[in-house]
Design a protein around this ligand. Structure first.
Ligand code: UDX
Length: 468
């Protein structure tokens, strides 16, 4: 089927590439001329594992073309709208890009079009789309509108698209449902050449859930908000663990053994970031409150998350006594591993706060440095974690990149001014870190001194024993 994808961001580019991977011919548009030029020249505007390889293969097989929105509207019988819906100042989602596309489809298209909203949108956007298409319909356009929310995680978006646990489509006609079932057929059957696994392990076929558009739109916002709530819940429990001397890792493990809870998304840390959770949470709250519903539960989820950076900074200040003038290494800038995305990343808020306090920051991230430089220029950006650790009074871990798990500890110890790790993502087991002579602070767990210093400190702080 000839399919158009409008918007070449994380969602649009992944959708366009994966649709070619399952056999479709795709035209993908991008309104940003610079990004479009890069894409037409085979240059990736973002990092996402496996995406570049799929796009290169699809382009050389002439099954993926990049161009203008007008061309996309003219070419595809099915049109996936994957434009950005960033938050407005009041927290509402900015739907102006979607409205512009709807207007263009209505004015330019004739014949049948299946208009599919994949961008994350507030509930009842599908209804607005339908109304807009009819109001501006000049060429006797026949159309269906569908909601097909994406559940892609950055860093695993290709796998999430090709091996999903569910495909949700909100439709108002059997024709639309049938077309979407046809478009996703190879994914439903799990029958396509997998670009990720040479020998693809067997995957259960995803549930193809057909609902109305309002319900499909709500499934997305409710899912993301629930996941964000799990994270804020365990972060709240982590704070208590620090005070009462419990280990939040064990608490989360014990909770997760209950299949009704599950152990996913119970990792405490410096909070959730990215362009989805913070934005979707805000939009969901706004939708509910405008509908007269009390969503204060989610407002608390937001507040707990907003306090994570300050909580982490307090830990650093308490240990360093004075932050001003101190050299600090910050490992990790992207909002999560395996992506270069720094949008709403806890690291950015942390860098800004530390620079504000006069710390001298040396930062490193395997992918996110280029984008972080634009956001926080007055930081020294390094090309590896050891360079960032030079003369550091503390190493602050903000993103749990795998490469930080294979450290040359001896080299690290020779570089730092003080052997102190403050781990915002609980990457390590305390015993491993202290065995290398480093003091280790983390989230929801007790602070641990290196063995040698521990005994010295114990002696120093033990009550004076007067000789009988
Ligand atoms: C999320 C949803 O997972 C995905 O289904 C949806 O389509 C888009 O939003 P994404 O934002 O890419 O995906 O990343 P995700 O892996 O969900 O992590 C989001 C944030 O939560 C990251 O900052 C991560 O560090 C944080 N997180 C995640 C935690 O702090 N603890 C956890 O246990 C899991």
């Amino acid at each position: 089927m000839k399919i158009s994808v409008i918007g070449a961001g994380y969602v649009g580019l992944t959708t366009a590439a994966c649709l070619t991977q399952i056999g479709h011919e795709v035209f993908c548009s991008e309104s940003d001329a610079g990004k479009l030029h890069k894409l037409q020249g085979g240059i990736m505007p973002l990092f996402e594992p496996h995406l570049e390889q799929i796009i290169q293969q699809a382009r050389s097989a002439q099954r993926l073309t990049f161009g203008s929105t007008e061309e996309a509207v003219d070419r595809g019988q099915a049109i996936f709208i994957c434009v950005g819906t960033p938050p407005l100042k009041n927290g509402d989602a900015d739907l102006s890009a979607i409205e512009a596309v709807a207007r263009m489809i209505a004015k330019r298209s004739c014949g049948y079009r299946l208009v599919i909203e994949k961008s994350t949108v507030p509930v009842q956007t599908g209804a607005q789309l339908r109304k807009h298409l009819s109001v501006h319909n000049t060429n006797r356009l026949e159309y269906d509108v569908a909601s097909n929310p994406e559940f892609l995680r950055e860093g695993s978006a290709v796998v999430d698209f090709l091996h999903p646990d569910r495909i949700v489509v909100g439709v108002d006609s059997g024709r639309a449902a049938g077309l979407l079932r046809e478009i996703y057929g190879p994914v439903i059957r799990q029958d396509f050449p997998c670009p990720v696994h040479a020998k693809c392990p067997p995957h259960d076929p995803p549930r193809f859930l057909v609902t109305d558009t309002n319900s499909a739109e709500l499934i997305k916002h409710a899912s993301n908000s629930f996941l964000a709530m799990k994270i804020s819940f365990i972060n709240m429990v982590a704070n208590l663990c620090e005070v009462v001397g419990a280990d939040v890792t064990k608490v989360a493990e014990g909770m997760g053994l209950d299949p009704r809870i599950g152990n996913a998304f119970l990792k405490p840390g410096v909070g959730f970031g990215g362009f989805c959770f913070p934005k979707d949470l805000q939009a969901f709250i706004r939708i509910a409150e405008k509908s007269g519903c009390d969503f204060s539960l989610l407002r608390e989820v937001e507040k707990i998350n907003e306090r994570r950076i300050e909580h982490f900074l307090e830990k650093v200040r308490k240990e360093l006594w004075v932050v001003r003038g101190k050299k600090l290494a910050v490992w990790g800038l992207a909002f999560k591993p395996d992506t270069d995305d720094i949008r709403f990343a806890p690291s950015i808020a942390l860098l800004k706060a530390l620079v504000e306090e006069g710390a001298l920051i040396r930062a490193y991230d395997p992918q996110g440095t280029a984008k972080a430089k634009e956001a926080v220029p007055d930081v020294t950006y390094c090309s590896n974690p050891y360079e960032a650790a030079e003369a550091a009074e503390a190493i602050l871990i903000v993103t749990e990149w795998d490469e930080f798990r294979a450290l040359d500890w001896r080299r690290l110890a020779s570089l730092v001014e003080r052997r102190l790790i403050v781990d915002g993502r609980n990457m390590f087991d305390a015993a491993d870190v202290t065995a290398h002579g480093f003091q280790y602070l983390s989230i929801g767990r007790s602070a641990v001194l290196p063995a040698a210093r521990a005994s010295a400190t114990a002696e120093a702080s033990s009550p004076m024993v007067t000789k009988a």
